[in-house]
Write a protein that binds this ligand. Structure first.
Ligand code: ZN
Length: 457
């Protein structure tokens, strides 16, 4: 039995983390963004099919994520044992020894109960088996001489969490302060921080409060939401990885309308993994329920754009016109989704900003403030998308990111989003200048949502 007394109460050091990535350092969250250096040069010859003028094309004609919007190799994104982590889904493992983020350090579960303390047979190479105080089950701890250790090495030469280790208890099963056993206690980075009356605290810092932050009673919604985890990670019937056609077309606060050559009877670009469909439906339902009473603008269903084709191919492949770069929008991992809007007839995919240069040339990104963006509802939606730990990344336009992040911070500091995982680690990313990560272009009319496959697919 390994003692983990050292790390108990260590999670209060979470206060050091900024609550929201600023987009510039989001590579630490999503190491490869959607960028593939090998395809950077494709920018410009964007398949031709749906790269037309999208100014005012209210059916959401999609310019395609043609700027290196790439899925990356999911498994290689995962962190090695011994690495610092926030969520279980970040840690590498195998089917028999799934990765987990143990109090902020990656290790794996053991394939079965340790046959003896420090045994190797239940673990992959470079890890050894011990239990852990206060935890059921057996775990494989990384050997410090086999892996880089972001924690500290104990007397057995195993990598264990140290006082700097922190984790996110919403996506990490073994992550708590030790005091209350359920996380949360002693976790508030704003404890002891006093802000002025017109300021709010986030991540231990004071920010100016937006006087437009939606007010009113927060409705109880959790019990009314569709289940976001109603699928099997182990495959078989109801597998999370199975591609299904988004159905029904309109319900729960979303609208999967025909676009990019689809018709009502032929929505061939609307196939997604079951877990992705469940997640989107859950997040739009949450946004609808929570924000129905917001009086600055009525709630309207959120438009869903390209996903994959039935056989997992890039949308448009059937017509010999794949609308996205190779490696993206395949196998149902990715979905293009409209922004919630104000001052427009509905929430279909459309530009939320001026996107032309002074000379009238389409810039394919926002060149001015996103005046049609409903940042508050978009923030709520993005927050609830973070409830699936397999969320990989959400890419938005460089002019959309800052106001959305500000709205997220404000809502995190209020009761609207208090305690949500996005308040501790956001996977929303963007480029305010072109850093060649693939987000700078073609996201002025939609956000791009991507799930990682996760262990066991
Ligand atoms: Zn996309």
């Amino acid at each position: 039995m390994r003692s983990i007394v050292l790390v108990l109460a260590a999670t209060s050091l979470l206060a050091c983390m900024p609550p929201i990535g600023d987009g510039q350092n989001a590579t630490s969250v999503t190491p490869d963004g959607e960028f593939d250096p090998g395809r950077r040069d494709n920018n410009g010859d964007n398949n031709g099919n749906n790269n037309g003028d999208n100014n005012g094309d209210n059916n959401g004609d999609n310019n395609g994520d043609n700027n290196g919007d790439n899925n990356g190799g999911d498994p290689s994104d995962l962190l090695q044992p011994g690495s610092a982590c926030n969520c279980d889904s970040e840690c590498a493992g195998t089917d028999q020894t799934p990765g987990l983020c143990f109090q902020g350090i990656c290790m794996t579960r053991a394939s079965r109960r340790c046959s003896s303390a420090g045994s190797q047979v239940e673990c992959e190479e470079g890890l050894r088996c011990w239990g852990a105080e206060g935890q059921d089950g057996s775990f494989c701890w990384a050997d410090c001489d086999a892996f880089n250790c972001d924690g500290t090495c104990d007397g057995d030469g195993s990598c264990i969490p140290d006082s700097n280790s922190s984790c996110d208890s919403t996506c990490s099963e073994i992550c708590n302060s030790g005091s209350g056993g359920g996380g949360g206690g002693g976790n508030d980075p704003c404890e002891g921080v006093t802000c002025a009356a017109d300021e709010y605290c986030a991540g231990g810092q004071c920010y100016e409060r937006d006087m437009d932050i939606p007010a009113g009673r927060i409705p109880g919604c959790i019990d009314t939401l569709p289940d976001l985890a109603d699928c099997s990670r182990g495959g078989g019937n109801n597998a999370c990885s199975e591609l299904i056609q988004f159905d029904p077309r309109q319900a729960d606060g979303y609208w999967d309308y025909p676009l990019n050559g689809e018709t009502e009877r032929d929505q061939y670009r609307s196939w997604a993994r079951r877990d992705l469909m469940l997640l989107v439906r859950y997040a739009t339902a949450a946004t609808e329920c929570l924000t129905e009473q917001w009086d600055y603008h009525d709630y309207r269903p959120l438009g869903l754009g390209d996903m994959s084709e039935e056989n997992g191919e890039i949308p448009g492949t059937r017509e010999n016109q794949p609308g996205h770069p190779e490696g993206t929008h395949v196998n149902g991992h990715d979905m293009d989704i409209a922004y919630y809007q104000v001052g427009t007839p509905n929430n279909v995919l459309r530009s939320v900003c001026e996107h032309r240069e002074a000379n009238g040339q389409d810039a394919y990104h926002c060149t001015d403030e996103p005046v049609y963006l409903d940042a508050w509802r978009t923030a709520i939606f993005l927050a609830y998308l973070h409830d699936n730990p397999y969320l990989r990344v959400i890419g938005v336009d460089g002019r959309v990111g800052p106001p959305v992040n500000d709205a997220i911070r404000q809502l995190c500091a209020s009761d609207w989003l208090r305690g949500k995982s996005i308040c501790r680690q956001s996977k929303v990313t963007f480029e305010t200048t072109n850093q060649q990560r693939g987000w700078y272009y073609f996201h002025h009319h939609h956000l791009h949502l991507s799930l990682s496959a996760g262990i066991g697919r």
